[in-house]
Design a protein around this ligand. Structure first.
Ligand code: CTP
Ligand code: MG
Length: 237
């Protein structure tokens, strides 16, 4: 089995504030993207990495990544207008012999390679799809018009991380279904899927949950970048 890791990295990083696209913002002397590629490249299960770069200048991202040494092959494609498009473009560029696909946000630079391997192993053992999950620290309530509607049962809720793993055909079918729905002029019923597993769930495919890692947190806001700096400093000590 050949395993590829797709890194969607084409987002602007609006919530991080003004500056370069998020994947190119610096963390401990290297762009977030370099850390994220390193996380999957160092995982024993990953043979190939495909980065969906900010579409303005994918060649610049290719040059940046060529300055580093990688265990496996690292390819760059132009990302799209939303995350789904970015993943779809990378997926379309995969060599035919890849049968397991991991999708890992560039915005999760410090995910441990062991987590990457655990997700890949779940697919290699036969699962169609797999997500890493962590329990929630906060109580979660449904709120509308500044009024609490109800409180959800926290014991059954989990926050979902990446890398998410898929049999290639399962992920390709889910993306094809979204693209078909868009071409037909309407998105599927309900809120837009914010991750790949959400799209796969819509296809009725079972998704296995494995324990995530607190180090696989997503850099979304400025405070997350401070947390990432602190974790990196601790790792380097
Ligand atoms: N992403 C992408 N292509 C897009 C939008 C997002 O590849 N058109 C990627 C981001 O680069 C990121 C991942 O999807 O690695 C998760 O998205 P998010 O954390 O929302 O990043 P951004 O969209 O960049 O941030 P923001 O929503 O704050 O602008
Ligand atoms: Mg976003």
């Amino acid at each position: 089995m050949r395993t590829a890791a797709i890194i969607p990295a084409a987002g602007r990083g609006e919530r991080l504030g003004p500056g370069l696209p998020k994947a190119l913002r610096e963390l401990g002397g290297a762009p977030l993207l370099v850390h994220a590629v390193r996380a999957v490249d160092r995982a024993r299960s990953v043979d190939l990495v495909v980065v969906a770069a900010p579409p303005e200048d994918p060649a610049a991202v290719e040059r940046l990544l060529n300055d580093y040494e990688w265990v496996g092959e690292v390819l760059v494609v132009a990302g799209g207008l939303d995350r789904q498009q970015s993943v779809a473009r990378a997926l379309a560029s995969l060599p035919e012999d890849v049968d397991v696909v991991l999708v890992h946000d560039a915005a999760r630079p410090l995910a441990p390679p062991e987590l990457v391997d655990a997700v890949a192993a779940t697919i290699r053992r036969g699962a169609a799809a797999c997500v890493p999950v962590v329990p929630l620290a906060d109580t979660v309530k449904v709120v509308a018009d500044d009024q609490v509607v109800r409180t959800l049962d926290r014991s059954s809720l989990r926050a979902v991380q990446t890398p998410q793993g898929f049999r290639r055909a399962v992920l390709a079918a889910a993306h094809a279904a979204v693209e078909q729905a868009l071409a037909d002029g309407g998105l599927p019923e309900g809120p837009a899927a914010t991750d790949d597993a959400g799209m796969v769930e819509r296809q009725g495919v079972p998704v296995v949950a494995v324990p995530g890692s607190e180090e696989a947190f997503k850099v979304t806001r400025p405070l997350d970048l401070l947390t990432a700096e602190a974790l990196l400093t601790r790792r380097r000590a």
